[in-house]
Design a protein around this ligand. Structure first.
Ligand SMILES: Cc1cc2nc3c(=O)[nH]c(=O)nc-3n(C[C@H](O)[C@H](O)[C@H](O)COP(=O)(O)OP(=O)(O)OC[C@H]3O[C@@H](n4cnc5c(N)ncnc54)[C@H](O)[C@@H]3O)c2cc1C
Length: 386
């Protein structure tokens, strides 16, 4: 067993760990990223790339997303076109009057929260997206909604962090965290002991395992999403697209079971279309199922009939790190000096990566973060229980 030291150890090289590493190096702090497989091996490499604002709950969630979105413009400048960030604008499709009613209220709250978003009728909508069927009666349009390649983003953040002095250990699961007198002392893998005063738990859906190593309970559950990928086609869609039902299912798990499910649809820069996705609690099973894939395909075809002529080339599933209140768990943990949480972003980790990286890095550097971390701390769950 070898010995090494690090100013900060980040567990998990998904988009969240990568963003924190990147933002730390911009402050002259050189972290060690420890990843059990490869970068983006978790949900950051098995997801869509929607950087959406209109899907965020008005209030804290939306404020966090707005702050993150602002930072993506700068990230594109620094990381370059390879991350395929495009401010395409986003549509949320409405298919019946009851959805319209709910969306009207949702949009009023979002506008009050500072988001520019408007309701457009079916005719105007088909002017923007001619392939949408008559089934869609209206949509909300958010011009700031954007798209990015999540895989490329994660790798670009890690490459930039490494160029600035961060280190990466891939293929090395964290197996232990040493604590003495309520303070983190070291992180262990099977091959080495890494002495460090600070460890960041950015293990996504596996964050509870890392929590257990430090003696804390982290209420994150894996929520599977199954996706279809089509062959590349010339541009068919101009916007990132979700359905109103998708928002409902995201915040109300019972709505994701039975009945009409939500969907998301985007065309990547490569021309491939990503069609998603289920929302299921299926443990850590990352396999796709015939029923799941069928349900996604059956849901999208009446909305975009032209997709019937586009071959599906593969399917995959990822595990969203779900928290009971839909917000990520960020920041220090009471009674455990040197242990920081940065996990639980559910279906929003790509969109929220920029602000998460910035907030955690600012906290570690001893700066006042641009956004208070208190509402996101782990303790909110124990307070709720009490
Ligand atoms: C189908 C689907 C669609 C989605 N669409 C979107 C979208 O459009 N927009 C959006 O913003 N978000 C989307 N998401 C959510 C997004 O993918 C996640 O929120 C985000 O990827 C979480 O990133 P993370 O870094 O926290 O977790 P991960 O990417 O899972 O990274 C955690 C890393 O920790 C590593 N790890 C685990 N245990 C250990 C250990 N013991 N030691 C070392 N390393 C360990 C894992 O291998 C993994 O690489 C989607 C998710 C899914 C599944």
């Amino acid at each position: 067993m070898s010995e090494t030291t690090a100013e900060v150890v980040i567990v998990g090289a998904g988009v969240i760990g990568a963003a924190i590493a990147f933002h730390l190096t911009r402050r002259g702090i050189r972290p060690l990223l420890v990843e059990k497989e490869d970068p983006a091996a978790g949900s950051s490499g098995a997801c869509d790339g929607l950087v959406f604002l209109q899907s965020k709950k008005p209030g804290l969630h939306l404020e966090l997303a707005l702050e993150s979105r602002r930072r993506f413009d700068e990230l594109r400048e620094i990381l370059g076109p390879g991350i395929e960030f495009r401010a395409t604008g986003g549509l949320c499709l409405i298919e019946n009057d009851s959805e319209l009613e709910v969306l009207r209220r949702w949009l009023a709250e979002q506008r009050a929260g500072g988001l520019s978003v408007e309701l457009i009728d079916g005719t105007d909508l088909r002017g923007l997206e001619p392939l949408l069927s008559q089934r869609v009666i209206a949509a909300s349009f958010s011009p700031l909604d954007a798209q990015v390649n999540p895989y490329a983003l994660t790798f670009a953040l890690i490459a930039a962090a490494r160029a600035a002095g961060a280190r990466l250990l891939a293929g090395e699961p964290v197996t232990g965290i040493e604590i003495a007198s309520g303070r983190v002392q070291a992180v262990r893998t099977l091959r080495r002991r890494i002495a460090t005063p600070l460890v960041v738990n950015a293990a996504g859906a596996h964050a509870p395992e890392i929590g257990r190593l430090a003696g804390i309970t982290v209420p994150i559950r894996p929520r599977r999403g199954q996706l279809l990928v089509t062959a590349a086609r010339p541009p068919m869609l101009r916007h990132g697209i979700i359905s109103a039902r998708y928002i409902a299912a995201k915040f109300n798990p019972e709505l994701a079971v039975g009945g009409e499910m939500g969907f998301s649809l985007e065309q990547a820069e490569s021309g491939n279309l990503l069609i998603g996705s289920t929302r299921e609690f299926a443990g850590f099973d990352r396999r796709t199922t015939l029923a799941g894939i069928r349900s996604v395909a059956r849901r999208i075809l009446p909305v975009v009939p032209a997709l019937a002529a586009v071959p599906v080339i593969r399917t995959f599933a990822g595990l969203r790190p779900y928290t009971p209140d839909g917000l990520p768990i960020l920041g220090p943990v009471s009674g455990l000096e040197g242990f920081l949480m940065a996990a639980g972003h559910e279906g929003d980790g790509i969109a929220l990566s920029a602000v998460t990286g910035e907030l955690l890095a600012a906290h570690i550097a001893g700066e006042r973060p641009a956004f208070p971390l208190d509402p996101f701390r782990l303790e909110r769950f124990s307070q709720e229980a009490a």
